[in-house]
Design a binder for this molecule. Structure first.
Ligand code: DAH
Length: 345
């Protein structure tokens, strides 16, 4: 056994190339098989003189490790090549990126509104989506023959029952549940999903979201309502925003109003978003009707309050100038990705 034998094998190893797994196996047998070149050197090692055993022993073990490592390396590179040739795929190509989800525009707006009212001291309250007639209509002073109670407008879960279940048509039902549960003073906002039997179009959908507000205490006046809405509008749409209140009617508030904000696109000059009026309608509101307070066990002689309700899709449409409500429900990634960079609230 000679030093040159080891050096020769190392040199051959450097030149070694394999194109198939079969060639890799042949190379392994040639060096490490029972009659392989490295194995043969181990056999010869028995005859090496005692003084040389130490030196040769170490070199031989290293040689064996180097050969094994080289064979392993050749095998894995041939495997990658064979697999990619077989599947027609280049396995060295970088993989597909998994897009990270982002918040839905309606969620962004809901969180923004909740945060604004939280700063004003409001809590968040929630209620069930499947409701009864009492909480959606009766306790809110809807007369028996009110059209909202009609099947045309409301989805009933069970009919022909003396107390039918239905999908809530507005989040005002959470007002009632809150008044039943909480002691006065009450200051809550109630975000949630609502359902109406509407034909789906650019301006209407059968499922949408609202946020309801309710404030009840001693001595609450219409001036407080106006101020709360004004401060909210300025936080939401910018410090220059003005509001205007128009008389309206809701069974559960008296007096009632609809609120417009000054158009933050044309600043009152008139554009196609505000249809030339300079104003955009954002919510309905009013002083809680004494009948509604009494129905939930609140003394209307001692306490008064205001309530308001707005559609989240509508606010989101104004904020981002989206002109078709259906975009919010179709989950088209091209639309959703536009909101990826929306700031965290
Ligand atoms: N519930 C009304 C709707 O769905 C919105 C609303 C109007 C809520 C006036 C209120 C309010 O609390 O005072 O159209």
């Amino acid at each position: 056994m000679k030093r040159e034998d080891i050096d020769r094998i190392i040199a051959e190893l450097g030149e070694l190339k394999c194109r198939t797994l079969k060639e890799v196996e042949e190379a392994r047998v040639r060096f490490l098989g029972k009659k392989g070149e490295v194995t043969a050197l181990f056999d010869e090692f028995h005859d090496v003189s005692k003084e040389m055993k130490k030196e040769f022993g170490r070199s031989l073990n290293e040689l064996k490790k180097t050969v094994q490592a080289k064979i392993d390396e050749l095998r894995s590179s041939v495997e990658v090549e064979e697999a990619s040739a077989g599947s027609g795929t280049d396995l060295t190509m970088p993989g597909d990126e998994f897009g990270l989800g982002s918040r839905h525009p309606v969620s962004i707006v809901r969180q923004e509104i909740v945060e604004i009212f939280r700063k004003f001291g409001y809590d968040v309250a929630e209620g069930p989506e499947i409701e009864d007639d009492y909480h959606v209509f009766e306790a809110l002073n809807f007369p028996d023959n009110h059209p909202a109670r009609d099947m045309q407008d409301t989805f009933f879960v069970s009919t022909g029952h003396p107390n039918p279940l239905l999908l809530r048509t507005h989040t005002s039902s959470v007002q009632v549940r809150t008044m039943e549960k909480m002691d006065v003073p009450i200051r809550v906002v109630c975000p949630g999903r609502v359902f109406r039997n509407e034909a789906i179009s650019a301006r209407a959908h059968c499922i949408f979201h609202q946020i309801e507000g309710l404030y009840i205490d001693e001595g609450v006046t219409f001036a407080d309502l106006r101020q709360a809405i004004l401060l909210f509008a300025r936080e939401m749409f910018g410090p220059e925003t003005e509001i205007r209140m128009r008389p309206s009617y809701f069974p559960f508030t008296e007096p009632s109003a609809e609120v417009d904000v000054s158009c933050n696109i044309c600043h009152g000059k008139g554009c196609n978003i505000c249809k030339g009026t300079g104003w955009l309608e954002i919510l309905g509101c009013g002083m809680v009707d004494p009948n509604v307070l009494e129905a939930s066990g609140i003394d209307s002689k001692k306490y008064s309050g205001f309530a308001f309700g707005m559609g989240l899709e509508r606010i989101a449409m104004l904020k981002w100038r989206v002109n078709d409500l259906r975009h919010y429900f179709e989950n088209d990634l091209r639309f959703l990705k536009e909101f990826e960079a929306a700031p965290e609230v």
